[in-house]
Every structure is written in C-alpha cells, then in structure tokens.
Design a protein around this ligand. Structure first.
Ligand code: GLU
Length: 402
C-alpha cells in the first residue's frame, strides 16, 4: 500500500504546494467548467508581453538559438543586467556576479540551496511571499518568521528583527515592494537593518521583483543605498516576469558575491543546465530595448489600486493599507471571523476565501498562506470591470454573514 512516509523524502513532506498557483489552477478549472469566476488570485500582469520582446524570442528560434547556453545564462544577458544596475542604481557588477535562472523564484531557490546548512536560520518578515519558508526548508534551513504590523504600514521593523535573531541567524529576506502587502520599506528603517546585518554578518537577500511597480516618487529605497559595504554580503534577486509581463517565459536573475553565484551555477549546471535559450534572448530584448513598458504597466495599475483600496475601506469592519508598490491589496477581514453562513463558521482567512470562491465566485488567496491570517490577498492585475464586479460580490457576500 502507498505510504507517503515510506516513499517520500522528509524534506518534501514538510512543505505544501504553492498556494498562489493552487488557487489559480482551481479558479481556472472552475471557469473552464462554466462557472463565472472572477480571478484575483495569482499575481501576473494582465497586459501581453511587449511585441518587440516576443519578436526577439521568435527570432532566436528562427536563428537556431535553441541549444544549451552556459549554465549561468548567456553573457549578453548577464551584461545587460550589469548595465541596468549600473545605470539605474550606480552599482558595479560584472557578468561573473550574475546568474540567469528559470524565473526569480528559481533564483531564490538556488540562493538558499547554495548558502544554507542544516539548522541555519533565515529571518523572514511576515506577511511574506508564500514560497520563502518552503524554499528555506527545502534547503535544510529554518525559517524564522518576524511579524510586521499593519498599523506600521508593514514597514520593516529593526527591533522585531533583533528580537528574533540568534547566533544561528544566517540570512534575512527583504522584499520591497512586498508581495503580498505592497509595502515599501522606509529608508530610515532600512538604514537600521543595514547596520544590524553588517555587524552581525547576515547574508541579505533582496527580492526586488516589484521594483518597477512603485507608486511613490523616484526609485524604491534599497538597503544597498543605506550601506554600500553590504554589497559583499547581499544577493539581489529580480527578473522580467512582472516588469515586462513575461511570467511564462521564466527568466529571473540573481546578482551578488562571485563565490555565491559560482555555487549557484554549480547547482544549476547539475539541475536545469540553463534557462530556455529563446527566453533568454527575449529577456535580453526586454532589458536592452525601449524601457517604457514597466511605466505603462504601472500607470495602468494606478486607477485600479485607488478604486480597490477605497472600495475595501468603505466596507464596515474592513481596513486596507494602500499598497505603495506591486499589484496586490491585502485587506484585513478579521472582524468577520466568527460569523457564519448556513451554519458554517468563518473561522479564518482560509474559510473566508473558500466562502468568497463558492458563494461569490471570487478567487483570492487567504492571508494564512502569507503568514497573516487576518488578511486576504487580491491581485489588481486584472481589468477595472472585473475589480468593480468583484467588489460588488464581496460586499454582498460579507453582508450575508451572520
Ligand atoms: N509571485 C506571484 C504570486 O504571488 C506568482 C505566483 C507564484 O509563483 O507564487 O502570485
């Protein structure tokens, strides 16, 4: 008889499948079966990949660029990443400091595989992106969750980090703009975290995937600007999925100390070999071609963000911090917990998201998946009409709870 414990490795038994991808798959299946589902679950831009990027991918295929590339990725793309960081941030890197991976997610996976030993602790501010704790666990590390506060607009809290740090702390993950909260860490708080990380010798992993989708002025504050000495102990993670609407092309990049990148390349050479060659050429066109697309994307999101936040805040008992980046709203619904519908008690975010899906045909991701059960995540990378309709349904569904 099948016994998971006998057949499967302990490391895989301790993690669950990605909830963002699971809800998205469920919503798509329900829709395919004829249900009128409004999908706010997975985070992917609703605009198509820019035409010149698609053309570069097609040309790469036609030109026969369909063979293995170096494990680290084609040198032109790694150079383009260096040029971007030099031009936008003033940071100097060389192609040997860059790895191209199968999406930002895979880059983060490689980082943790490369640096963590069994028992190493990684500080993860919560609400966190769903895949951080499982990635740390799959690498043998221990995720240490550091709760951030809604009343502090989910800014990073140096004092909370200090309380959770131990002698086993090896690394810290910073994600600003944050998925799921949309929070952008303040320069002042980052300066304190930088000091702490430098003094304690923590490896800093910055997930910068949403940097282009910032609703403030100028560029998003970054910890490397707080203390440039941290460069020797920081790995940047990013990709083209969000900024160029290229989620399915699967191209991310990691940039950091050469020894770490070399270790990551070793892992990549023994696992995926390299990210798909045509995708790398498409990403090269994205990074070296016209740069107006991320701005267009951001401009498309501005009215949706404003409408969503206002509509949520207008519901009795719901509060929502306006996201300063990314394309998610993360409202607090906890005042509805304990209420019921048809004798079924809504005891938390999983039950409420299930209720929204079954009774309102609205797909969302429960906050529990992000380590924050009071909340539910909605992506606003969808049309205004869908958002308006979805909000109507949510209001109605909440009003039906007793
Ligand atoms: N980062 C996106 C999200 O949170 C993509 C899905 C995923 O890989 O989790 O929805």
């Amino acid at each position: 008889m099948f016994s998971e414990k006998f057949l499967l490795a302990d490391r895989v038994l301790q993690v669950a499948p990605s909830p963002t991808l699971a809800v998205n798959a469920k919503a798509k299946a329900l829709r395919a079966a004829g249900a009128d589902i409004l999908n706010f679950s997975v985070g992917e831009p609703d605009l198509p990949t820019p035409a010149h990027v698609c053309a570069a991918g097609k040309k790469a295929i036609d030109d026969g660029r369909t063979r293995y590339t170096p494990a680290a990725g084609i040198v032109e793309l790694r150079e383009a990443v260096c040029a971007k960081l030099r031009g936008e941030q003033g940071w100097e890197y060389t192609p040997d400091d860059v790895q191209i991976s199968c999406g930002g997610k895979h880059g983060l996976y490689n980082i943790f595989q490369a640096v963590l030993n069994s028992g190493d602790e990684v500080l993860i501010p919560a609400p966190y992106w769903v895949s951080y704790p499982p990635m740390v666990q799959l690498a043998g590390g221990t995720p240490v969750i550091v709760p951030l506060k809604q009343e502090n607009r989910f800014d990073i809290e140096p004092a909370a980090l200090a309380r959770h740090a131990t002698t086993k702390t090896k690394a810290i993950i910073l994600n600003s703009p944050s998925n799921p909260t949309g929070a952008v860490y303040s320069q002042a708080a980052l300066a304190e975290v930088a000091k702490m990380a430098y003094e304690e010798g923590w490896l800093v992993v910055t997930d910068d995937m949403y940097e282009e989708l910032f609703y403030g002025e100028g560029r998003v504050p970054h910890i490397l600007h707080a203390d440039s000495r941290l460069k020797e102990q920081t790995v940047l993670s990013n990709g083209v999925s969000k900024s160029f609407a290229m989620t399915g092309w699967r191209i991310g990049y990691s940039v950091g100390p050469r020894e770490i990148i070399r270790a990551m390349n070793k892992i990549q050479s023994q696992s995926t070999s390299n990210p798909a060659a045509p995708s790398q050429y498409a990403a090269l066109a994205a990074l070296t071609g016209p740069q107006d697309f991320p701005r267009q994307l951001r401009d498309a999101f501005i009215p949706r963000r404003a409408y969503f936040v206002e509509a949520l805040e207008s519901i009795d008992g719901v509060s929502c911090v306006a996201p300063m980046g990314a394309f998610y709203v993360f409202p607090n619904f906890s005042s509805y917990y304990g209420k019921s519908y048809n004798d079924k008690v809504i005891d938390g975010s999983v039950a409420l998201a299930d209720y929204f899906l079954s009774e309102a045909q609205v797909a969302s991701v429960p906050g529990a998946a992000f380590g924050a059960d009071a909340f539910i995540r909605f992506s606003f990378a969808t049309s205004m009409a869908t958002i308006e309709q979805g909000m109507g349904r949510i209001k109605q569904a909440l009003a039906a709870l007793r």
